[in-house]
Every structure is written in C-alpha cells, then in structure tokens.
Write a protein that binds this ligand. Structure first.
Ligand code: UD1
Length: 364
C-alpha cells in the first residue's frame, strides 16, 4: 500500500511521527511525506523533525502564512500535482489545521480516499477555525480514526457510517510515551534556573485569546498576579509575539519568557510543572497523561475526556476566575486523573493495521 502522509503545522509533527515510525518498520506499506510549509520557522518545524526522528519530507510545498483562504487555497494548488504524480492508494491527514482540510479536499476530488487521524472531536464553537476544519475533513474522509468516545458519539450523531469509524487511541500520546526517557534528560529546567523550585507553564496562541486585545489584557492581568506566587515559563508562539507588542512583560519578573521550545524540552517542563495554563488542545491531553493539573483558558473543549477522566479544568477567560482556579490548584493535592483507554502508545500500529487491512474492526 502506498500512502501520502501530510503534515503542515507544529501540532501535526508529533502526530505523524509514530505513523512514520510504524510505516518504516513494515514491509507492506510505504509513505511519501509531504510538508505543506504552513509552519516554517526552525523552532516551529525542523527542530521537531530532528528530535522525533521523522524522515525529511519528500516534498515541502512552502506555502507559508496567509489569510485562511489564501493559505488553504495555496496548499490545495501545490498539493494537487503531488497527488497526481504519486497516485497513492490513500492520503493521511492529522488534526485540524488548514493544511488538514486543504489536502483532504484536494485528494478526495481526485478520487483518492482520505484517512483522518484525530477525527470526531467537536468544540461546538464554529467561530474556531479548527472546528470548521474538523467538520469538513470528517465529512469527506473514508477512515475516521478517533481518540476518545466523544468522537464516536459526534460522528454517529452526524450520520457517519459505522464502518468508517475506528476508536484507535491517540497518536500524540504514542509520541509522548516513546519520548519520555529522552525528555527526562533535557536540561531545560536547569537552564531556566528552576531546579528544585516549583513552577508553572503558560501557552497562548488561539486567535480568540491573543488577537482580541481585551481578552489578552484580561489573561495578562491574571498572569501578572500569579507570577508573584509561582514562576511561570511562557514559550511564546509567533502569533502571540506579535499580539504582545506594546505589553510590558518585563514588569512581570516571575514570568520567564522564551522562544517556542522543542518537543523534548517542552515535555520535560510539562511533566514537572506544578500547574499548566493553556489554550492549546493537545496540551490538555498531554497533561492528562502526565497527571499534571491543567487549567484551560477557554470556554469549551473538543477533548471532554481530559475533563471527565483527566486533570483538565475549563476555567474560561475571566481574570479573577483564572487566579482563583490556579490558587486552588497550587494549594490542594492534584486531582488524580486516569489515563483514557487506548492511550497506550499503540495507536499508530492500530491505524496502520486498519489501513493495510490486517485488522478490520476496532480494538475491543
Ligand atoms: C495554526 C493552526 C492552529 C494550531 C496552531 C499551532 C490553523 C487554522 N491554525 O495556528 O490550529 O493550533 O497552528 O501552532 O491551521 N508564524 C511564524 N512562523 C511560523 C508559523 C507562523 O512567524 O513558522 C506566524 C505568522 O505571522 C502567521 C502567524 O504566526 O501569520 C499564524 O500562523 P498560522 O499558521 O496562520 O496559524 P497559527 O496561529 O500558527
């Protein structure tokens, strides 16, 4: 079987890594790896390929940044000749970024079936660009590989045929588990002078949080208070860096601002943090597996299992509520979560088994 595997933006890279490792191990399947170039900075892209042992992409479409329409259209325009030339049996897309829907739509119109990894998640918030990408990608995919039971329920409610849906676990957690030992050895905690001191981690990049000056100011007001009580490491996403221009972060000595971090350093910090504040989707899942309290700075999540079973708490965007929730998390013993079923490091193997026909039904 010949696949074209697509990755475009930072959160895609840790999801394709275990698929590429699994494909490399097997003789019945091969993959042509396409990087769309949606993310292109060294620290948003190449670093992850190196750290995670992902093969160099066979092709880089180099689309770069742009409005949603421009970026999506440009990926489609540049991806079409690749599909025509490669004539794959299927293409694999992961997650919910613009590259995901752009490549899925291109392939399906050429008659090439699409496998969507991380299907079925829904925030029910159609103002999120990712929610539109999820709904559309799922609607045109042949194989829907689901991470958690809410995904099954969402797809069934949308009328997707049972034989297209597979609950397989979480490829991003495959990567987390495979890299635990390596990430433990990262020196980042010493480098940031946090050895022996409790600390928090903050990430922010959702347009709804960072592009709206009032929302951003509210979040920063909360962080301004918390950094007096706990040092907080804040690796800054490029979108957020622009939004922060004009804000005086130097007035917050407890806020440790860094460039975007590599995967191993970031996992080291997440695993050892007293508390994580984030608007990311993936970090809600990673903290659940690591057993670290996560306060999600959003009003919804497409990953409800991280709340029902894991360590995640939706705290919204109100500064007082964020501070109160963080103080509670700092003063009380961590809520013992449990690791969701099938988040066991074997999701990529299940996916490849299903794609090659070695396995036809979901695991029991
Ligand atoms: C994208 C995804 C989002 C994902 C996030 C993770 C979509 C719609 N959004 O959002 O789901 O959670 O990636 O990071 O696909 N930029 C750089 N260097 C880069 C990449 C981006 O400087 O390597 C800057 C550019 O100014 C760009 C901005 O960041 O305009 C936003 O990048 P973009 O890819 O449009 O969206 P993200 O906010 O990164």
């Amino acid at each position: 079987m010949k696949l074209v595997v697509v990755a475009g933006a930072r959160p895609n890279f840790m999801k394709i890594a275990p698929l590429m490792w699994e494909i490399r191990r097997r003789t019945d399947i091969g993959a042509h790896l396409v990087h769309t170039g949606q993310h292109y900075d060294e620290r948003m892209s190449r670093l992850f390929f190196e750290e995670l042992g992902i093969p160099r992409p066979d092709v880089d479409l180099g689309v770069g940044s742009g409005s949603h329409a421009v970026q999506t259209a440009e990926v489609m325009r540049r991806f079409e000749p690749v599909v025509l030339e490669q004539q794959p049996d299927a293409i694999v897309v992961v997650g919910d970024v613009n590259s995901t829907i752009a490549c899925a739509l291109t392939a399906v119109k050429l008659g090439v079936p699409v496998a969507h990894v991380e299907a079925g998640l829904r925030s029910f918030d159609r103002t999120m660009p990712e929610e539109i990408n999820r709904i559309l990608t799922d609607a045109i995919s042949q194989w829907l590989f689901v991470t958690e039971p809410s995904g099954l329920a969402n797809l069934r409610r949308e009328g997707v045929a049972e034989d297209r849906i597979f609950l397989v676990g979480n490829v991003m957690i495959d990567t987390l588990l495979a890299c635990r030992e390596l990430s433990r050895r990262s020196t980042i905690r010493d480098d940031l002078r946090l050895t022996g001191r409790p600390f928090g981690v903050l990430t922010l990049h959702r347009p709804a949080n960072v592009d709206d000056p009032d929302v951003l100011a509210g979040i920063l007001a909360a962080i301004g208070q918390l950094q007096r009580e706990l040092p907080i490491v804040f690796p800054v996403h490029p979108r957020t860096r622009k939004a922060l221009e004009g804000h005086d972060l130097a007035a917050m000595p407890g806020l440790i601002v860094t460039e975007p971090l590599g995967y191993l350093d970031f996992m080291k910090l997440l695993a050892e943090a007293r508390l994580v504040l984030t608007d990311s989707g993936g970090i809600q899942e990673e903290t659940t597996v690591l057993g670290v309290p996560c306060l999600t700075l959003r009003n919804n999540t497409e990953r409800p299992i991280t709340i029902d079973q894991g360590t995640n708490l939706l705290v919204g965007l109100d500064a007082r509520r964020i501070v109160a929730a963080a103080r509670t998390a700092m003063s009380e013993p961590s809520r013992a979560g449990r690791i969701p079923d099938l988040w066991d490091g074997r999701a990529a193997a299940r996916i490849v088994d299903i794609l090659t026909g070695t396995r036809t039904s979901p695991p029991s």
